[in-house]
Design a protein around this ligand. Structure first.
Ligand code: HGY
Ligand code: MN
Ligand code: MN
Length: 404
């Protein structure tokens, strides 16, 4: 709740966009809590924050957990923040019970998971897992032309540690991420724990449709090169393409800028986003092809021109079967109703899974609503998720009580 007050909105949500001064304040607060818990904190070259709790055997790779604290513009208190604070609670509890783990335990706060202000999405974990280069990420810019490099420096989180495992960052022995489900499946099933077996693959695009500005009065309908009318056909194609690949197909147009956005000028240019997802890579490829066909049908050089640029592309992820089973057994051992689920949302765990054995723990959120200021979750469910996280961290890291 204290973290949620940084960027808190009147409707009880959070607006804390990546690498803003609000993100800096949130990072500083979490870093302070982690240092108070005795962790050594380091920051890497893309601003990822790692807090290490030493283990008995420092030669062992860390057992890691974490998530993100950047939010959507109309985000909620729990998306990302829950996973970071559940990890902090695990570390505090280890301290309270004088537990020494064999392997080090590490908490991760990943930079720009949301991909709202800067694309690509899951940026810090993407660099860590080698999905794209550090320079590609640092060069990304927001609508005002501010680059990630500039924003990181402005908030004082341009670290020195290598950011990619392939550049020397340490791969974890295991990574567990606790997160709200952000969908309706757990609540509908009456389950408290989601054993996350996989996550949808995603492809994001920037689309620009170009026609010609002209006067809304004197220009006859048949002579118009109306970029917005053409855009609307492509927007409807996105929805059709996703529904044709049900039940796991997803298609969303979330951003749109109409130029010049004047009520009595025919739009000459429209820039908008497309987000396609599927759990089956072959079907996602089919959706990509259908989108290109729909764009091609609208493209008539000299009249309406359509430019389609892919800006994010990652396949469906299957999480580590043995760690997934460990999550399932921990939920069963704690008599927590649990079901297997596929994550419709992308998470930093998708990219850590490229370089370290990875699994996720879901808890329900009210009405399955997220990326919305009304996002909510019950303390009981949040605690249950943290208890499962504690158990899988202990089992994976190994532990003993510190001698008095
Ligand atoms: O888009 C996603 O799935 C995540 O919320 N960044
Ligand atoms: Mn999230
Ligand atoms: Mn999110």
């Amino acid at each position: 709740m204290e973290l949620a007050s940084i960027g808190g909105t009147a409707r009880g949500g959070v607006c804390r966009l990546a690498l803003t001064d609000l993100d800096r304040r949130a990072r500083d607060l979490v870093r302070c809590w982690l240092e108070q818990a005795g962790c050594a904190v380091r920051v890497d070259a893309i601003g990822n924050l790692f807090a290490r709790r030493v283990g008995l055997d420092s030669s062992l790779p860390a057992v890691a957990t974490g998530s993100h604290i950047d939010s959507q513009p109309t985000g909620g208190k729990f998306d990302g923040a829950y996973g970071v604070l559940a990890g902090l609670e695990v570390i505090r509890t280890l301290n309270d019970y004088r537990i020494e783990t064999r392997a080090p335990v590490e908490l991760c706060v990943w930079t720009n998971e949301e991909g709202s202000r800067f694309v690509p999405v899951m940026m810090g974990s993407g660099v860590y897992g080698g999905a794209f280069t550090l320079d590609h990420a640092l060069s990304a810019s927001d609508h005002d032309g501010v680059t990630v490099r500039q924003a990181l420096n402005a908030i004082g989180y341009a670290g020195q540690a290598p950011a990619a495992v392939c550049d020397g960052a340490e791969a974890f022995g295991a990574y567990f991420e606790a997160h709200i489900e952000q969908g309706p499946v757990l609540e509908a099933a009456g389950a408290v724990i989601g054993v996350v077996t996989a996550a949808l693959g995603q492809r994001w695009y920037d689309v620009t449709v170009t026609g010609q500005e002209a006067h809304a009065g004197p220009t006859p309908m048949e002579l118009r090169r109306d970029a917005l009318q053409a855009t609307l056909r492509l927007v409807q194609a996105v929805d059709r393409i996703a529904r044709e690949e049900a039940p796991h197909g997803r298609g969303t147009v979330g951003c749109m800028n109409v130029f010049p956005n004047s009520r009595n000028t025919i739009p000459g240019r429209v820039a908008f986003s497309v987000d396609l997802r599927h759990v089956d890579d072959a079907k996602l490829a089919r959706m990509d092809e259908a989108l290109h066909i729909a764009a091609g049908l609208l493209h008539h050089p000299g009249s309406i021109e359509v430019d389609l640029q892919e800006v994010v592309n990652f396949p469906a992820t299957s999480f580590d079967a043995s760690l997934v089973e460990r999550v399932r057994r921990a939920a069963q051992a704690q008599n927590l109703a649990n079901i297997d689920v596929v994550s419709g949302a992308g998470h930093d765990a998708v990219y850590t899974a490229r370089v370290s054995p990875t699994a996720m723990i879901f808890v329900p959120c009210k009405g399955g609503i997220s990326h919305n200021e009304i996002e909510d979750a019950s303390p009981g469910d949040l605690e249950a998720g943290a208890q499962v996280l504690m158990q899988v961290v202990l089992e994976t890291a190994g532990w003993q009580l510190r001698a008095r």
